[in-house]
Ligand binder design. Structure first.
Ligand code: ADA
Length: 553
C-alpha cells in the first residue's frame, strides 16, 4: 500500500494493487448477481476509476472486479480497502463477506479462509441511489466509481492490533499517550513499544476491554511544526502481531483568533484540493500526489483544505513531511435540510466521520476537522445535525478544533458550535466586481465579531474565479486567466494588510470535472470547474504565478 512507512513488519500482508479482471454489468441489481456467472472479459487497474478510462468513460452502473489471492495458511484473514466508490459488496469464493457505502474512507472485510487459492470479487456501484446516501448527483464534482485506493490482504492470528491512537499529552515533557486497541482472548503476552531509539517492554494481561493505554516520555524528541516537521515512528508489538504509526509531537490550539501549533499562532495561507484527474478519476497515483504537494509547497502554502471529503492517506503522509497544515473534511456538499433532519442520513454521516477520524487522527498535519460543506447552517432545523456531527468529532478527538464552511455567514445559526469560523464567499465572481472584494471581506469579519465570535479564528475557506485555461483577452473579463489572477491578487493583498482574518483557502488548486447535472454544466465551461489555479492536468495558469509571488512576499 502506498504509504511512506511500513505499517506492519511481522503481520503477513499481501499487496493486492495491480490489474484485476473486470466486467461492467450496467443496470444490474447487485442482489441478482452471482459471482460465478460474471463474464470477466476486461481488465482494470486497482487503484483506479473505471469510469475515467476510455472504454467506460461516464458510465454509471454496477461493475465487478476480480482477483485471485493465495492463502498460505488457513485462518482469519482481512481484506483492507482504502476506498471504493460509492457502494460495494465484497465476495470471497462467491460468498459475501462485507459491504460498504461511501468512497474516500477505508473499510475491512474479514473471512475465515482455507489454505490455497481464493477468488475475491468486488461488486462496485457508482449509481446515485439509496445504497450510497452520502453521494448526491447535484454536488459540484464528478463522482467517479471504482476501487480507487489500495487493497491489502492481512493474515490475522487469534490476537491482533486493531488500531493505534497516539496523541501528544504534554509538549514540554515530550509525553505521548499510546492507545492500543486489540482483539483476542484473555492471555498474558509480551508488549514492546519502540520510539525514538527507546524501547519499552513488559508482559501484559489482555482482558475483555480490548484496550491498552500507555504514557511514554521521549526526552529531547524534536517537535512537529509547519517550519520544522519532525516525525517519529511508534512501533508496537503485541504477542505475534505488530503495527506502526508515524506521529509528530505537537499541540493545536485556538489562540487570539488564530489556529496555533505549539502555542505559535499561524496565518493559514493555502488552497482547497479535490482528488480528481481526467485520466484517473478519484484514484490518485503516488506520482500525482507528490507533484500536488510539490506545487502546494512551491506556491508557498502552509495550508490545504481537503475539499470536500477525506484525502488519500499518502497525501496526508506527504503533508506530514512537508509541514503543510490540513483541514480534513467529511463528505458533503449543500445537502438539503430534509436530509440533515433524516436520522438514517445523519447516522450514515456519523459512520463516515468515525472512519475519517480513525484514518487521519495520527497525522500531525491534520490541524482541523470539518463537516458539511455549505449545508443549510442558516436553518434552525439543520442545527441538530451540526451539533451531532461536530459533537461526535470532539468526542473522538478532543485535541483538534472543529469547523464547517458556511455558505451564508450572515444568517448562520450554528457559528457557536464551531471553534473556527470558516466562510465560503465569491465576491467578484458570483456577486459584484473585483473592486467590491475588500469591503465584502471586511463586512464578513465585522459580522462575525458582532455575532459574538471575535475570539475565534476566521478563515475564508473558499474564494476564487473561473478561468478557462489559456483563455486571455485584453478586456480581462470573466473566464480569462487575467481576471482570475487579478481577483486573487486583490484577495491576498487585502488579507495581508489586515489582522482579523487568519486563513485563506483559495478555491481551488486544480480544475476538476463537475457533475453531469445540467444546472451545473451550464455554468461550467468544458464540464469542468475552472476555478483551479492549475488546470486539471496541473499546468499552471496565470493566477498560479500571481499567488506564488504574493504568498512568498
Ligand atoms: C462552493 C462549493 C465548491 C464549489 C464552488 C464553486 O463554494 O463549496 O465546492 O462548488 O462553490 O466553484 O462555485
Amino acid at each position: 500500500m502506498a504509504r511512506r512507512f511500513a505499517r506492519h513488519e511481522r503481520r503477513s500482508v499481501t499487496d493486492l494493487d495491480g490489474v484485476w479482471d473486470f466486467a461492467f454489468l450496467g443496470d444490474a441489481d447487485p442482489d441478482d448477481v452471482s459471482a460465478a456467472t460474471i463474464a470477466f472479459e476486461d481488465a482494470m487497474a486497482v487503484p483506479g476509476s473505471f469510469d475515467a478510462t476510455p472504454a467506460y468513460a461516464g458510465k454509471r452502473g454496477l461493475a465487478a472486479y476480480r482477483t485471485r489471492v493465495r492463502v498460505a495458511e488457513a485462518g482469519r484473514h482481512r481484506l483492507v480497502f482504502d476506498a471504493v466508490h460509492h457502494w460495494c459488496r465484497v465476495l470471497w469464493n462467491g460468498e459475501p463477506i462485507g459491504e460498504h457505502a461511501g468512497g474516500f474512507t477505508s473499510f475491512r472485510a474479514d473471512v475465515e479462509a482455507a489454505e490455497g487459492f481464493a477468488e475475491v470479487v468486488v461488486l462496485v456501484d457508482n449509481r446515485f441511489n439509496e445504497r450510497s446516501p452520502l453521494h448526491l448527483e447535484h454536488f459540484d464534482w464528478y463522482h467517479f466509481g471504482g476501487i480507487t485506493r489500495s487493497v491489502e490482504l492481512h493474515r490475522l492470528n487469534d490476537l491482533w492490533i486493531e488500531r493505534l491512537r497516539i496523541t501528544t499529552e504534554d509538549l514540554e515533557a515530550r509525553r505521548i499517550n499510546v492507545v492500543i486497541d486489540y482483539q483476542g482472548p484473555e492471555q498474558k503476552v509480551p508488549l514492546t513499544i519502540e520510539c525514538g531509539g527507546r524501547t519499552w517492554e513488559e508482559a501484559v494481561d489482555l482482558d475483555a476491554s480490548g484496550r491498552i493505554e500507555r504514557t511514554l516520555e521521549l526526552p529531547g524528541a524534536a517537535l512537529w511544526s509547519p517550519s520544522d516537521p519532525a516525525l517519529h515512528l511508534v512501533e508496537v508489538r503485541l504477542g505475534e502481531d505488530d503495527m506502526c504509526e508515524r506521529v509528530g509531537l505537537r499541540q493545536v490550539t485556538v489562540e487570539g483568533g488564530r489556529v496555533a501549533v505549539n502555542g505559535e499562532p499561524l496565518t493559514l495561507w493555502g488552497v482547497n484540493r479535490h482528488e480528481s484527474h481526467p485520466n484517473f478519476g478519484h484514484a490518485q497515483p503516488p506520482a500525482l500526489l507528490v507533484s500536488d504537494v510539490q506545487q502546494i509547497r512551491d506556491l508557498g502554502c502552509n495550508f490545504v483544505r481537503g475539499s470536500h471529503y477525506p484525502q488519500d492517506p499518502l497525501f496526508l503522509d506527504l503533508c506530514d513531511e512537508a509541514g503543510i497544515c490540513v483541514w480534513s473534511e467529511s463528505i458533503g456538499w449543500q445537502y438539503p435540510v430534509d436530509l440533515l433532519t433524516d436520522p438514517d442520513f445523519v447516522d450514515a454521516q456519523l459512520e463516515h466521520v468515525d472512519e475519517m477520524v480513525e484514518a487521519a487522527a495520527n497525522h500531525p498535519s491534520v490541524v482541523l476537522w470539518g463537516v458539511l460543506n455549505e449545508c443549510p447552517s442558516y436553518k434552525p432545523a439543520a442545527r441538530p445535525a451540526y451539533e451531532r456531527l461536530l459533537g461526535r468529532i470532539r468526542e473522538l478527538d478532543p485535541t483538534r478544533p472543529v469547523t464547517y464552511a458556511t455558505l451564508n455567514v450572515f444568517e448562520d445559526v450554528c457559528l457557536d458550535l464551531a471553534d473556527v469560523i470558516s466562510v465560503n464567499c465569491y465576491p467578484g465572481w458570483y456577486i459584484g466586481g473585483i473592486e467590491a472584494i475588500p469591503a465584502e471581506l471586511d463586512r464578513i469579519a465585522a459580522h462575525v465579531d458582532e455575532a459574538g465570535h471575535a475570539d475565534k479564528p476566521l478563515i475564508i475557506s473558499e474564494i476564487g474565479a473561473g478561468a478557462v485555461p489559456g483563455w486571455r483577452d485584453q478586456h480581462h473579463g470573466m473566464w480569462t486567466e487575467e481576471y482570475q489572477a487579478e481577483l486573487l491578487e486583490t484577495v491576498i493583498g487585502h488579507l495581508a494588510g489586515q489582522d482579523r482574518i487568519s486563513g485563506l483557502g483559495i478555491w481551488v488548486l486544480g480544475d476538476f470535472r463537475t457533475t453531469e447535472a445540467k444546472h451545473m454544466l451550464l455554468t461550467r465551461p468544458r464540464g469542468v470547474n475552472d476555478k483551479g489555479i492549475l488546470d486539471e492536468y496541473r499546468r499552471p495558469k496565470r493566477a498560479y504565478g500571481a499567488v506564488r509571488r504574493l504568498f512568498a512576499g
